[in-house]
Design a protein around this ligand. Structure first.
Ligand code: NCD
Ligand code: ZN
Length: 365
């Protein structure tokens, strides 16, 4: 029988999908991401969304200002695609290394997506431009048709939109974000196995841990509500298989998405799970359960940078087999509470795995 490791030294990972928000929430949640991840793809769904090079540069400066001293962290900015975004603006931001990618939110698919794309045909010149300059397109892959069952929206997106899109733009580099279904995992794997290395997918810790029962356990649990919504157990298993497969087309993206408590504890609760604080330990639990700890480094630290054409990180983090209990709430640094937009204690986000024990603890150098 293989020996059980007591510690694991990993190349420092990156988070290829995170919501850092702005203002007091940014100051509260950024340290959790920055202490673990060397870089992160920062989602642009602010209010108003990040649709210009100037707005992305200003947002990047606010992130760097909020960074605790002594922590190295590089925010990789993204553009929010709208029906009328100018391809030249996108190309200029990409050439200047301000925009690393552009995010496609189908209009009204999720949090702050009202300004998203109403029809893919509206952005065909943008997609042609992105294909020509090899700028990654990051996709929230759900149809928004209200007649389609919410649990079927991702699978239908592949058939209705993704397959035709890839026929029209075969060279476009695409990340299907936060996949939640067996259909998506199979689609991405088959593309890779047929020799197509221009499409990949991120997988979140919560979609690896939860099935849809979590949202209804003992009552309506908005803390387990995110988009795309968690699916049946067979889908969770398919995602675990994909994440732990060692295939380079699957990599880490937490989709950590904090909301103030009043936003979650509402008759119409917001979608989003805040998992940044224990993300690496959470993934480690899944990989260990699948007897695949040896695949964690590839998933967390190697496949993402290779897909984005960026160097691998040189520094490391150590995961130690030491149990930790996860507190209910984030306790942000005091400075998060200062300023006009202060976040009262009662609004601090609940942590993913709140009240549970995790077997691994990340140590940072
Ligand atoms: C995200 C958010 O809150 O910004 N919510 C979520 O449930 N994942 C938006 C998104 O990525 O869909
Ligand atoms: Zn997201």
């Amino acid at each position: 029988m293989a020996e059980v490791p007591t510690s694991l030294v990993l190349r420092r990972p990156d988070d290829w999908h995170v919501h850092l928000r702005d203002g007091a929430m940014l100051r509260a949640v950024l340290p959790a991401t920055a202490r673990t991840f060397a870089r992160a793809i920062v989602m642009p769904n602010l209010r108003p969304p990040v649709t210009s090079v100037d707005a992305a540069e200003a947002y990047r400066s606010r992130i760097l200002e909020a960074l605790p001293e002594g922590i190295s962290f590089e925010p990789l900015m993204t553009a929010y695609l709208t029906d009328d975004l100018d391809p030249d603006e996108l190309a200029r931001g990409f050439a200047q290394d301000v925009f690393r990618a552009a995010k496609l939110y189908p209009a009204n698919a999720t949090t702050n997506s009202a300004a998203g794309v109403s029809d893919l045909s509206k952005i065909s010149s943008v997609l042609t431009c992105m294909e020509a300059i090899d700028m990654p397109l990051l996709i929230h892959g759900e149809v928004t048709d209200p007649d389609v069952d919410v649990f079927d929206r991702e699978a239908l997106f592949i058939e209705r939109h993704l397959k035709p899109l890839r026929q029209r733009h075969p060279q476009l580099r695409i990340v299907l974000e936060h996949i939640t279904t067996e259909e998506s995992a199979t689609y991405i794997r088959e593309a890779y196995q047929s020799g197509d290395d221009r499409i990949a997918a991120t997988i979140t810790p919560h979609h690896l841990h939860l099935n849809r029962n979590a949202m209804f356990m003992g009552g309506l649990r908005s803390d387990f509500y995110c988009l795309p919504v968690v699916k049946r157990e067979c889908h969770r298993r398919a995602l675990v298989k994909a994440a732990t497969s060692g295939l380079p087309c699957f990599f880490l993206g937490t989709d950590s998405a904090p909301h103030p408590r009043s936003g979650k504890e509402s008759a119409c609760g917001c979608a989003g799970i805040f998992n940044a604080l224990h993300a690496l330990e959470s993934y480690a639990a899944v990989f260990e359960q699948a007897s695949a700890l040896d695949q964690l480094e590839g998933f967390a630290s190697e496949h993402g940078p290779r897909f984005y054409g960026l160097p691998l990180n040189a520094d490391t983090v150590t995961l130690v087999r030491r149990q930790q209990s996860v507190p209910a709430r984030l306790t942000p640094p005091r400075f998060a509470c200062l300023g006009d937009d202060a976040l009262p204690d009662s609004e601090w986000p609940l942590l993913f795995h709140a009240g549970e024990a995790l077997e691994w603890t990340a140590e940072f150098h």
